[in-house]
Ligand binder design. Structure first.
Ligand SMILES: *Cc1c(COP(=O)(O)O)cnc(C)c1O
Length: 467
């Protein structure tokens, strides 16, 4: 056979003629045009449109335009408008326009970021951003960055590096000898540790039943005096940004105590670590540079598009050993090979968006973005506090506001109504044994007017819930 198949020829045409990409671009424009104003959560009609996707796998190929059209017509209205300014659920994050645009370009590049030889541009940006992050967050000079999907994976990698190093110091080569029969390591963390930390503890074989839990104060911060004796077999996991209250563990004293005995400190700073880049918020992260590894998301408070987490590790060799790969065909050179520091081999070039956003904002812009979230959260707390029926339960030190109502039935009832209004979206949580509404200000797009409008939606929903 010398001719391409019909399908192949069609796809060649699609690539050459580019109408498909023009169509996609039109959809992008139409989507972005309404994103700031449309209902934050999809309407019932939009959700019912999702049934169109419940079809059997087609037997034959179709036109690219028809596939795209189905996706845009029924998919776009059913998205949650996290990109806009009135989504306060979980701890998510919007995306800066430059992040979306850079990601779009990188999508067309479709680079494999495993090794320098596979994508010199990705390797270069990964190196540059590593240096920028060290500087921005004031981390030790040899700190390495590992670009992963999110903080869950970053925590996993950080604890894997810790496990490797602490066992190596006990004369145990984890990679060769394995976990079974290894000297027992200890995990010390607070009762407020994020579930992603517990997941990593489980996946790495430490067992949550072996965790030495430490008590917290009224803001959810670990109490240093309550820490057990540390030793050179201990991994301490601290938190920069409590997922409810936004509070930060006190780092300096605990890191000093850990370092003195050879313990390893890992900080889960998924959304909070960026406070370290903001002058007026730096008191929150004070001493964090004394830890050994840090996990942080690009896709939360920094507002990169999704699928952007970073592990920073002061012990480059430990991370590389924990993520080690060897194969005869791998050419590891002098340049950075990203897969030396990640669980994956093949990986998309997620550093592109991260680079673009840091490059675009610069130090001042980063500080303005992150501090802005804090300002809006403070505004929210003030405005909601002024309404009868709502009480704030936390010190709003960062971007999180914990709101309770007169009784524990009202939060859920209020949330249902508020979410259905499409005006804004927040979720529920439990804080110190009370049912609460949790507000997380995470979007660059949130204006003071968005806050006022959302507070009005809160008031309306509570009134309806109270009837
Ligand atoms: C969001 C979050 C995680 C998990 O991060 P992903 O990016 O969702 O994997 C871990 N810890 C904290 C404190 C978080 O807020």
């Amino acid at each position: 056979m010398t001719e391409p198949t019909t399908l192949q020829a069609r796809m060649h045409d699609e690539l050459r003629e580019q109408t498909l990409f023009d169509l996609a671009q039109q959809d992008v424009r139409a989507y972005l045009q309404t994103i700031l104003e449309r209902p934050v959560f999809p309407t019932a009609a939009a959700l019912s449109g999702l049934t169109t996707f419940a079809e059997p796998l087609p037997a034959h190929s179709s036109t690219a335009a028809s596939v795209l059209e189905q996706l845009h017509q029924h998919g776009s209205p059913a998205t949650v408008a996290t990109l806009g300014g009135r989504y306060f659920g979980f701890v998510t994050g919007s995306s800066l326009p430059i992040g979306l645009a850079a990601k779009q370009l990188a999508t067309y590049w479709d680079q494999n970021s495993a090794m320098h030889i596979m994508s010199p541009i990705t390797s270069t940006l990964e190196t540059v951003v590593e240096g920028w992050l060290r500087e921005l967050l004031n981390l030790p000079p040899d700190t390495v960055a590992s670009y992963v999907s999110g903080t869950s994976t970053a925590n996993l990698c950080g604890l894997a590096a810790a496990r490797y190093r602490l066992l190596e110091r006990q004369g145990w080569d984890l990679n060769v000898q394995g976990v079974f029969g290894a000297p027992k390591l200890r995990i010390v963390t607070s009762r407020q540790s994020h579930s992603a930390v517990l997941k990593a503890v489980m996946m790495l074989g430490f067992g949550t039943g072996n965790i030495e839990w430490v008590d917290v104060d009224s803001q959810g911060r670990i109490i240093p005096e309550a820490l057990p004796e540390l030793d050179d077999r201990t991994i301490v996991v601290l938190q920069a940004g409590n997922v409810n209250s936004g509070s930060f563990d006190p780092f300096t004293e605990i890191c000093q105590r850990a370092s003195a005995v050879g313990a390893w400190v890992h900080i889960d700073g998924a959304f909070g670590l960026w406070a370290g880049a903001v002058g007026p918020l730096q008191h929150l992260t004070q001493g964090m540079e004394l830890a050994h590894s840090w996990a942080v998301d690009g896709h939360k408070t920094l507002n990169t598009p999704y699928d952007c987490g970073i592990l920073l590790c002061a012990d480059r060799a430990a991370l590389a050993a924990a993520m080690q790969v060897k194969a005869s065909y791998l050419v590891m050179g002098e340049n950075r090979d990203g897969m030396s520091y990640t669980p994956e081999m093949s990986r998309r070039a997620r550093v592109v968006e991260l680079w673009a956003i840091l490059r675009y904002l610069g130090r001042e812009g980063i500080a303005e973005l992150v501090y802005g979230l804090h300002q809006r959260a403070t505004q929210f707390a003030q405005e909601i506090q002024a309404l009868p029926g709502f009480t704030i339960l936390n010190d709003v030190v960062f971007n999180q506001v914990v709101v309770c109502c007169a009784n524990d039935e009202l939060p859920d009832k209020t949330l249902v109504r508020m979410q259905a209004s499409g005006e804004c979206w927040a979720g529920g949580s439990i804080w110190r044994e009370r049912k609460v509404i949790r507000v997380s200000v995470c979007s660059w797009a949130t204006t003071p007017a968005d806050i006022t409008r959302s507070v009005a939606a809160f008031r309306q929903a509570l009134e309806e819930a109270s009837r």
